[in-house]
Ligand binder design. Structure first.
Ligand SMILES: Cc1cc2nc3c(=O)[nH]c(=O)nc-3n(C[C@H](O)[C@H](O)[C@H](O)COP(=O)(O)O)c2cc1C
Length: 347
Protein backbone atom coordinates (compact mmCIF):
# COMPACT_ATOMS: atom_id res chain seq x y z
CA UNK A 1 0.00 0.00 0.00
CA UNK A 2 1.29 3.44 -0.92
CA UNK A 3 1.19 5.73 2.09
CA UNK A 4 0.88 8.85 -0.05
CA UNK A 5 -1.62 7.65 -2.69
CA UNK A 6 -3.86 5.76 -0.26
CA UNK A 7 -3.36 7.77 2.90
CA UNK A 8 -2.25 11.36 2.50
CA UNK A 9 -3.41 12.26 -0.99
CA UNK A 10 -7.15 11.93 -0.34
CA UNK A 11 -6.73 14.30 2.62
CA UNK A 12 -4.56 16.77 0.70
CA UNK A 13 -7.03 16.82 -2.19
CA UNK A 14 -9.69 18.14 0.18
CA UNK A 15 -7.49 21.16 0.83
CA UNK A 16 -7.25 23.96 -1.78
CA UNK A 17 -4.23 23.27 -4.01
CA UNK A 18 -2.45 26.51 -2.99
CA UNK A 19 -2.59 25.41 0.66
CA UNK A 20 -1.62 21.82 -0.14
CA UNK A 21 1.52 23.11 -1.83
CA UNK A 22 2.27 25.31 1.18
CA UNK A 23 1.87 22.28 3.44
CA UNK A 24 4.22 20.24 1.25
CA UNK A 25 6.88 22.95 1.43
CA UNK A 26 6.41 23.20 5.22
CA UNK A 27 6.88 19.42 5.55
CA UNK A 28 10.01 19.58 3.40
CA UNK A 29 11.66 22.01 5.81
CA UNK A 30 12.96 19.01 7.81
CA UNK A 31 15.95 17.61 5.90
CA UNK A 32 16.87 15.11 8.62
CA UNK A 33 13.42 13.56 8.40
CA UNK A 34 13.64 13.23 4.61
CA UNK A 35 17.10 11.81 4.91
CA UNK A 36 15.53 9.02 6.94
CA UNK A 37 12.40 8.38 4.88
CA UNK A 38 13.50 9.51 1.43
CA UNK A 39 14.72 6.92 -1.06
CA UNK A 40 17.52 8.58 -2.89
CA UNK A 41 19.68 9.30 -4.61
CA UNK A 42 19.24 6.12 -6.59
CA UNK A 43 22.56 4.59 -7.56
CA UNK A 44 21.34 2.05 -10.11
CA UNK A 45 24.24 2.31 -12.58
CA UNK A 46 21.90 1.60 -15.51
CA UNK A 47 20.20 4.94 -14.94
CA UNK A 48 23.25 7.21 -14.81
CA UNK A 49 24.08 9.64 -17.58
CA UNK A 50 26.10 12.65 -18.54
CA UNK A 51 24.06 15.76 -19.34
CA UNK A 52 25.60 19.05 -20.40
CA UNK A 53 28.90 17.83 -18.94
CA UNK A 54 27.29 17.10 -15.57
CA UNK A 55 27.04 13.59 -14.15
CA UNK A 56 23.52 12.61 -13.12
CA UNK A 57 22.64 9.51 -11.09
CA UNK A 58 19.42 9.21 -13.13
CA UNK A 59 17.52 11.21 -15.78
CA UNK A 60 14.56 12.18 -13.57
CA UNK A 61 14.52 15.79 -12.36
CA UNK A 62 12.21 18.12 -10.50
CA UNK A 63 10.76 20.87 -12.75
CA UNK A 64 10.78 24.59 -11.93
CA UNK A 65 7.77 25.85 -10.01
CA UNK A 66 7.76 23.43 -7.09
CA UNK A 67 10.56 25.03 -5.05
CA UNK A 68 10.56 28.53 -6.47
CA UNK A 69 12.89 30.07 -3.89
CA UNK A 70 15.34 27.20 -3.26
CA UNK A 71 13.81 26.84 0.23
CA UNK A 72 13.70 23.04 0.51
CA UNK A 73 16.52 21.73 -1.69
CA UNK A 74 18.24 20.09 1.29
CA UNK A 75 15.22 17.77 1.69
CA UNK A 76 14.45 17.34 -2.00
CA UNK A 77 17.98 15.97 -2.43
CA UNK A 78 16.92 12.87 -0.50
CA UNK A 79 13.95 11.88 -2.67
CA UNK A 80 15.79 10.15 -5.50
CA UNK A 81 15.95 12.87 -8.15
CA UNK A 82 18.83 12.94 -10.62
CA UNK A 83 18.74 16.76 -10.62
CA UNK A 84 16.69 19.57 -9.14
CA UNK A 85 15.47 22.65 -11.01
CA UNK A 86 14.40 25.23 -8.43
CA UNK A 87 12.98 28.60 -9.54
CA UNK A 88 11.97 30.54 -11.40
CA UNK A 89 14.34 32.91 -9.60
CA UNK A 90 13.45 36.58 -10.17
CA UNK A 91 15.64 39.56 -9.32
CA UNK A 92 13.08 41.35 -7.14
CA UNK A 93 10.52 40.19 -4.63
CA UNK A 94 7.22 39.65 -6.50
CA UNK A 95 3.75 38.85 -5.24
CA UNK A 96 2.59 36.97 -8.36
CA UNK A 97 -1.10 36.67 -9.19
CA UNK A 98 -3.81 36.51 -6.52
CA UNK A 99 -5.04 33.17 -5.16
CA UNK A 100 -6.44 30.79 -6.17
CA UNK A 101 -3.55 30.36 -8.54
CA UNK A 102 -3.00 26.62 -8.32
CA UNK A 103 -5.57 23.89 -8.96
CA UNK A 104 -6.11 20.29 -10.00
CA UNK A 105 -8.19 18.46 -12.58
CA UNK A 106 -8.08 15.18 -10.70
CA UNK A 107 -9.92 12.99 -13.21
CA UNK A 108 -7.26 13.89 -15.79
CA UNK A 109 -4.26 13.73 -13.41
CA UNK A 110 -3.62 17.36 -14.30
CA UNK A 111 -2.37 20.43 -12.46
CA UNK A 112 -3.38 23.95 -13.46
CA UNK A 113 -1.75 27.21 -12.41
CA UNK A 114 -1.60 30.92 -13.00
CA UNK A 115 1.13 31.67 -10.44
CA UNK A 116 2.55 34.67 -12.32
CA UNK A 117 6.13 34.14 -11.10
CA UNK A 118 5.86 34.92 -7.38
CA UNK A 119 9.35 35.19 -5.89
CA UNK A 120 11.13 35.98 -2.65
CA UNK A 121 13.78 37.53 -4.86
CA UNK A 122 17.19 36.55 -6.10
CA UNK A 123 19.09 37.41 -2.91
CA UNK A 124 16.93 34.99 -0.92
CA UNK A 125 17.41 32.18 -3.45
CA UNK A 126 21.17 32.70 -3.65
CA UNK A 127 21.49 32.72 0.16
CA UNK A 128 19.70 29.34 0.18
CA UNK A 129 21.98 27.98 -2.55
CA UNK A 130 25.03 29.13 -0.61
CA UNK A 131 23.74 27.43 2.52
CA UNK A 132 23.32 24.12 0.67
CA UNK A 133 26.73 22.83 1.64
CA UNK A 134 26.24 19.14 0.94
CA UNK A 135 25.39 18.88 -2.74
CA UNK A 136 24.13 15.38 -3.37
CA UNK A 137 22.22 16.22 -6.53
CA UNK A 138 23.14 18.74 -9.26
CA UNK A 139 21.14 21.96 -9.20
CA UNK A 140 19.72 23.26 -12.49
CA UNK A 141 18.57 26.68 -11.23
CA UNK A 142 15.94 28.36 -13.39
CA UNK A 143 16.00 32.12 -13.87
CA UNK A 144 13.42 34.30 -15.54
CA UNK A 145 12.91 38.05 -15.77
CA UNK A 146 10.70 40.80 -17.10
CA UNK A 147 13.32 42.14 -19.52
CA UNK A 148 16.31 40.84 -21.40
CA UNK A 149 18.62 42.77 -19.08
CA UNK A 150 17.06 41.26 -15.99
CA UNK A 151 17.33 37.75 -17.39
CA UNK A 152 21.01 38.19 -18.32
CA UNK A 153 21.73 39.79 -14.96
CA UNK A 154 20.04 36.85 -13.21
CA UNK A 155 22.13 34.35 -15.19
CA UNK A 156 25.33 36.15 -14.14
CA UNK A 157 24.27 36.29 -10.49
CA UNK A 158 23.03 32.72 -10.15
CA UNK A 159 25.51 30.72 -12.23
CA UNK A 160 28.26 30.55 -9.57
CA UNK A 161 25.83 28.69 -7.29
CA UNK A 162 24.35 26.12 -9.69
CA UNK A 163 25.77 23.32 -11.81
CA UNK A 164 23.50 24.37 -14.68
CA UNK A 165 21.36 27.46 -15.33
CA UNK A 166 18.00 27.00 -17.00
CA UNK A 167 16.69 30.15 -18.63
CA UNK A 168 12.91 30.35 -18.84
CA UNK A 169 12.22 32.31 -21.99
CA UNK A 170 8.61 33.13 -21.17
CA UNK A 171 6.02 32.63 -18.47
CA UNK A 172 2.52 32.43 -19.94
CA UNK A 173 0.95 33.52 -16.65
CA UNK A 174 2.94 36.68 -15.96
CA UNK A 175 1.81 39.51 -18.18
CA UNK A 176 5.06 41.45 -17.72
CA UNK A 177 7.11 38.72 -19.44
CA UNK A 178 4.96 38.90 -22.54
CA UNK A 179 7.61 40.49 -24.68
CA UNK A 180 9.17 37.10 -25.41
CA UNK A 181 6.01 35.95 -27.08
CA UNK A 182 7.69 37.31 -30.15
CA UNK A 183 9.94 34.54 -31.39
CA UNK A 184 12.44 37.09 -32.70
CA UNK A 185 12.88 38.43 -29.14
CA UNK A 186 13.44 34.92 -27.79
CA UNK A 187 16.04 34.32 -30.49
CA UNK A 188 17.81 37.58 -29.63
CA UNK A 189 17.85 36.66 -25.96
CA UNK A 190 19.28 33.20 -26.69
CA UNK A 191 22.10 34.80 -28.67
CA UNK A 192 22.83 37.22 -25.82
CA UNK A 193 23.24 34.32 -23.37
CA UNK A 194 26.45 33.32 -25.13
CA UNK A 195 28.08 36.56 -23.94
CA UNK A 196 27.34 36.16 -20.23
CA UNK A 197 27.37 32.49 -19.39
CA UNK A 198 30.37 30.82 -17.77
CA UNK A 199 28.90 27.32 -17.34
CA UNK A 200 26.27 25.06 -18.88
CA UNK A 201 23.02 26.80 -19.90
CA UNK A 202 19.72 25.30 -21.03
CA UNK A 203 16.91 27.37 -22.56
CA UNK A 204 13.37 26.45 -21.52
CA UNK A 205 11.59 27.23 -24.77
CA UNK A 206 8.36 29.22 -24.88
CA UNK A 207 5.32 26.98 -24.83
CA UNK A 208 2.50 27.31 -27.25
CA UNK A 209 -0.05 29.40 -25.46
CA UNK A 210 0.16 32.08 -28.08
CA UNK A 211 2.32 30.79 -30.91
CA UNK A 212 2.31 27.53 -32.80
CA UNK A 213 5.02 25.02 -32.08
CA UNK A 214 6.32 25.24 -35.64
CA UNK A 215 6.90 28.97 -35.30
CA UNK A 216 8.86 28.50 -32.08
CA UNK A 217 10.90 25.34 -32.38
CA UNK A 218 13.06 25.72 -35.47
CA UNK A 219 14.27 29.31 -34.91
CA UNK A 220 14.87 28.81 -31.17
CA UNK A 221 16.75 25.54 -31.66
CA UNK A 222 18.88 27.09 -34.35
CA UNK A 223 19.67 30.04 -32.08
CA UNK A 224 20.61 27.67 -29.22
CA UNK A 225 23.00 25.78 -31.49
CA UNK A 226 24.53 29.03 -32.78
CA UNK A 227 24.89 30.37 -29.24
CA UNK A 228 26.59 27.14 -28.13
CA UNK A 229 24.03 26.34 -25.43
CA UNK A 230 24.09 22.83 -24.04
CA UNK A 231 20.41 22.11 -24.50
CA UNK A 232 16.75 22.99 -24.30
CA UNK A 233 13.75 22.14 -22.16
CA UNK A 234 10.53 21.57 -24.11
CA UNK A 235 7.15 21.60 -22.47
CA UNK A 236 3.75 20.81 -23.93
CA UNK A 237 1.76 22.78 -21.33
CA UNK A 238 -1.41 24.35 -22.74
CA UNK A 239 -3.56 27.37 -22.13
CA UNK A 240 -6.53 26.40 -19.94
CA UNK A 241 -9.55 28.58 -19.26
CA UNK A 242 -11.19 27.91 -15.88
CA UNK A 243 -13.12 29.64 -13.14
CA UNK A 244 -10.99 27.65 -10.63
CA UNK A 245 -8.13 30.15 -11.04
CA UNK A 246 -8.19 33.84 -10.10
CA UNK A 247 -7.12 34.95 -13.58
CA UNK A 248 -9.79 32.86 -15.30
CA UNK A 249 -7.05 31.23 -17.33
CA UNK A 250 -3.77 29.41 -16.66
CA UNK A 251 -1.49 26.59 -17.78
CA UNK A 252 -2.50 22.96 -17.94
CA UNK A 253 0.18 20.42 -16.96
CA UNK A 254 0.20 16.71 -16.17
CA UNK A 255 -1.22 13.71 -18.02
CA UNK A 256 -3.14 15.65 -20.75
CA UNK A 257 0.05 17.29 -22.05
CA UNK A 258 2.08 14.10 -22.43
CA UNK A 259 1.39 13.60 -26.16
CA UNK A 260 2.13 17.22 -27.00
CA UNK A 261 5.40 17.08 -25.09
CA UNK A 262 6.36 13.82 -26.78
CA UNK A 263 5.67 15.43 -30.17
CA UNK A 264 7.86 18.39 -29.24
CA UNK A 265 10.70 16.10 -28.16
CA UNK A 266 10.50 14.18 -31.46
CA UNK A 267 10.46 17.32 -33.52
CA UNK A 268 13.23 18.99 -31.53
CA UNK A 269 15.34 15.87 -31.91
CA UNK A 270 14.74 15.72 -35.65
CA UNK A 271 15.78 19.36 -35.95
CA UNK A 272 18.72 19.47 -33.55
CA UNK A 273 19.92 15.86 -33.33
CA UNK A 274 22.64 15.47 -30.77
CA UNK A 275 23.78 19.08 -31.03
CA UNK A 276 21.50 19.91 -28.09
CA UNK A 277 20.43 17.93 -25.06
CA UNK A 278 16.63 17.84 -24.85
CA UNK A 279 14.83 17.78 -21.50
CA UNK A 280 11.16 16.81 -21.67
CA UNK A 281 8.80 18.55 -19.26
CA UNK A 282 5.13 17.67 -19.47
CA UNK A 283 2.95 14.73 -18.57
CA UNK A 284 5.54 12.26 -17.27
CA UNK A 285 3.93 10.35 -14.41
CA UNK A 286 5.43 6.86 -14.80
CA UNK A 287 8.63 5.11 -15.79
CA UNK A 288 6.98 4.07 -19.07
CA UNK A 289 6.25 7.75 -19.81
CA UNK A 290 9.88 8.60 -19.10
CA UNK A 291 11.04 5.75 -21.33
CA UNK A 292 8.90 7.02 -24.23
CA UNK A 293 10.42 10.50 -23.90
CA UNK A 294 13.96 9.12 -23.82
CA UNK A 295 13.26 6.88 -26.79
CA UNK A 296 11.91 9.87 -28.74
CA UNK A 297 15.15 11.82 -28.25
CA UNK A 298 15.04 13.32 -24.74
CA UNK A 299 18.14 13.03 -22.57
CA UNK A 300 16.27 13.68 -19.32
CA UNK A 301 12.87 14.49 -17.84
CA UNK A 302 11.70 17.14 -15.39
CA UNK A 303 8.29 16.86 -13.78
CA UNK A 304 5.99 18.69 -11.41
CA UNK A 305 2.56 17.03 -11.58
CA UNK A 306 3.87 13.60 -10.56
CA UNK A 307 4.71 15.15 -7.17
CA UNK A 308 1.01 15.97 -6.75
CA UNK A 309 -0.33 12.60 -7.92
CA UNK A 310 2.39 10.24 -6.63
CA UNK A 311 3.93 12.24 -3.79
CA UNK A 312 7.43 12.25 -2.38
CA UNK A 313 8.14 8.77 -3.73
CA UNK A 314 7.50 9.85 -7.33
CA UNK A 315 11.15 10.13 -8.39
CA UNK A 316 12.16 6.83 -6.79
CA UNK A 317 9.12 5.00 -8.20
CA UNK A 318 9.57 6.43 -11.69
CA UNK A 319 13.25 5.47 -11.66
CA UNK A 320 12.44 1.95 -10.56
CA UNK A 321 9.75 1.62 -13.23
CA UNK A 322 12.13 3.01 -15.84
CA UNK A 323 14.76 0.43 -14.90
CA UNK A 324 12.12 -2.32 -15.24
CA UNK A 325 11.06 -1.06 -18.70
CA UNK A 326 14.70 -0.97 -19.82
CA UNK A 327 15.09 -4.56 -18.70
CA UNK A 328 11.89 -5.68 -20.40
CA UNK A 329 12.97 -3.99 -23.64
CA UNK A 330 16.44 -5.52 -23.45
CA UNK A 331 18.21 -2.16 -23.25
CA UNK A 332 21.17 -2.10 -20.93
CA UNK A 333 21.13 1.51 -19.77
CA UNK A 334 19.67 5.00 -20.14
CA UNK A 335 22.86 6.05 -21.90
CA UNK A 336 22.43 3.20 -24.39
CA UNK A 337 18.77 4.13 -24.93
CA UNK A 338 19.63 7.76 -25.60
CA UNK A 339 22.35 6.77 -28.04
CA UNK A 340 20.10 4.23 -29.70
CA UNK A 341 17.43 6.91 -30.19
CA UNK A 342 20.02 8.99 -31.92
CA UNK A 343 21.01 6.20 -34.28
CA UNK A 344 17.39 5.41 -35.13
CA UNK A 345 16.73 8.93 -36.30
CA UNK A 346 20.07 8.89 -38.05
CA UNK A 347 21.26 12.36 -37.21
C1 LIG B 1 2.43 25.56 -9.91
C2 LIG B 1 3.37 25.53 -11.05
C3 LIG B 1 4.35 26.50 -11.13
C4 LIG B 1 5.25 26.49 -12.20
N1 LIG B 1 6.22 27.44 -12.24
C5 LIG B 1 7.13 27.40 -13.25
C6 LIG B 1 8.20 28.33 -13.29
O1 LIG B 1 8.36 29.18 -12.42
N2 LIG B 1 9.05 28.26 -14.33
C7 LIG B 1 8.93 27.31 -15.32
O2 LIG B 1 9.73 27.27 -16.27
N3 LIG B 1 7.94 26.40 -15.29
C8 LIG B 1 7.06 26.41 -14.29
N4 LIG B 1 6.06 25.48 -14.26
C9 LIG B 1 6.00 24.44 -15.32
C10 LIG B 1 6.71 23.16 -14.89
O3 LIG B 1 8.09 23.41 -14.73
C11 LIG B 1 6.53 22.02 -15.91
O4 LIG B 1 7.16 22.37 -17.12
C12 LIG B 1 5.06 21.72 -16.19
O5 LIG B 1 4.35 21.63 -14.97
C13 LIG B 1 4.88 20.45 -16.99
O6 LIG B 1 5.35 19.34 -16.32
P1 LIG B 1 4.35 18.30 -15.56
O7 LIG B 1 3.34 17.86 -16.58
O8 LIG B 1 5.24 17.22 -15.07
O9 LIG B 1 3.71 19.06 -14.46
C14 LIG B 1 5.15 25.48 -13.21
C15 LIG B 1 4.16 24.50 -13.11
C16 LIG B 1 3.29 24.51 -12.05
C17 LIG B 1 2.23 23.43 -11.98
Amino acid sequence: MDLYVNGLRPLLFRVPADDAHRLAIAALRWPLLWRLIGSGPDHDPRLGLDLAGVKLANPIGLAPGFDKDCDVLASLQHLGFGFLAPGAIMREVRAGNPRPRLGRVVEQQAVINCMGLPSKGRAHAIANLQRLKQRRVPIFAEVQGTSKDEILDNVVAVQPYAEVVEVGLVCPNARDTDRYREVSEAVELIHSLAGVRTGPVLAKLPNQHHTSRHDILAPCLQACVEAGLEGVVVSGTKRYATAQLSMGVGSLAGRPVFEETLGLVREAFQLAGDRLAIIASGGVLTGRDAFEMLRAGASAIQFYSAMVYRGWNAPALINRELAAVLEAEGIESVQALVQRGRRTVGV
